[in-house]
Design a protein around this ligand. Structure first.
Ligand code: GAR
Length: 209
């Protein structure tokens, strides 16, 4: 599948950058054709600018209702002929019409081993604080399909990291981020190679043909 990706990002965009690096290194055969953010100050916008990728700031609060917001997102996606959505630190729920139109072609990355430490309000440092507060011995990252709820879609790839005795939320976040940058491009390449088969709540990774 010739992936024409839209990146949705709210923050610094290091996963976006890792995806672009994988494309440049030809570890990922895909094109990023659009970046959408809900925050005009997002670092992701600079990354898009430097890579000459069209970008749009779309903030829900600027629309009179959810339907108009959804329509604005869908219009941008159609304009750039996007066929795959990658959430990379996007801190807003995706409208259900977008999820429906991109079913099984919309993915997210979460900085923990879902279904632990996920759900509404569980993002960024809060996740790592909760992992440490619980006393977990391992954490990790999850790439998963996006459905209508927060962090409940089927996992595609997960990778563990150890939690060390002297970890702070910052040191743990950095260790997890390193594996995020590995598994996100890997997961996308599996889609590019059409090796992902969704079977209910399981994803089968087909062998390389
Ligand atoms: C990443 O750690 C990502 O897993 C997390 O936000 C960070 C974005 O960093 N996402 C969530 O917490 C989603 N619930 P980035 O902007 O540098 O890619």
């Amino acid at each position: 599948m010739n992936l024409r990706i839209a990146i949705f990002a709210s923050g610094r965009g290091s996963n976006f950058q890792a995806i672009l690096a994988a494309i440049s290194a030809q570890r990922l055969k895909a094109q990023v054709v659009l970046c959408i953010t809900n925050r005009p100050e997002a670092g992701a916008l600079q990354i898009a600018g430097a890579a000459q990728i069209p970008a749009a700031v779309i903030e829900e609060k600027h629309f009179v209702n959810g339907a108009d917001y959804e329509a604005a997102l869908l219009a941008q996606l159609a304009k750039h002929e996007v066929n795959f959505i990658v959430l990379a630190g996007f801190m807003r729920k995706i409208p259900s019409g977008v999820v429906r139109q991109f079913r099984h072609r919309i993915v997210n990355i979460h900085p923990a081993l879902l279904p632990s430490f996920g759900g509404k309000g569980m993002y960024g440092h809060r996740v790592h604080e909760a992992v440490l507060a619980h006393g977990c011995k391992v954490s990790g990252a999850t790439v998963h399909l996006v459905d209508e709820e927060y962090d409940t879609g089927v996992p595609i790839l997960q990778r563990c990291v150890p939690v060390l005795d002297d970890d702070t939320p910052e040191t743990l976040a950095a260790r997890v981020l390193e594996v995020e940058h590995q598994i996100y491009p890997e997961a996308l390449q599996l889609f590019a190679e059409e090796r992902i088969r969704v079977e209910g709540r399981r994803i089968k990774i087909l062998p390389k043909s």
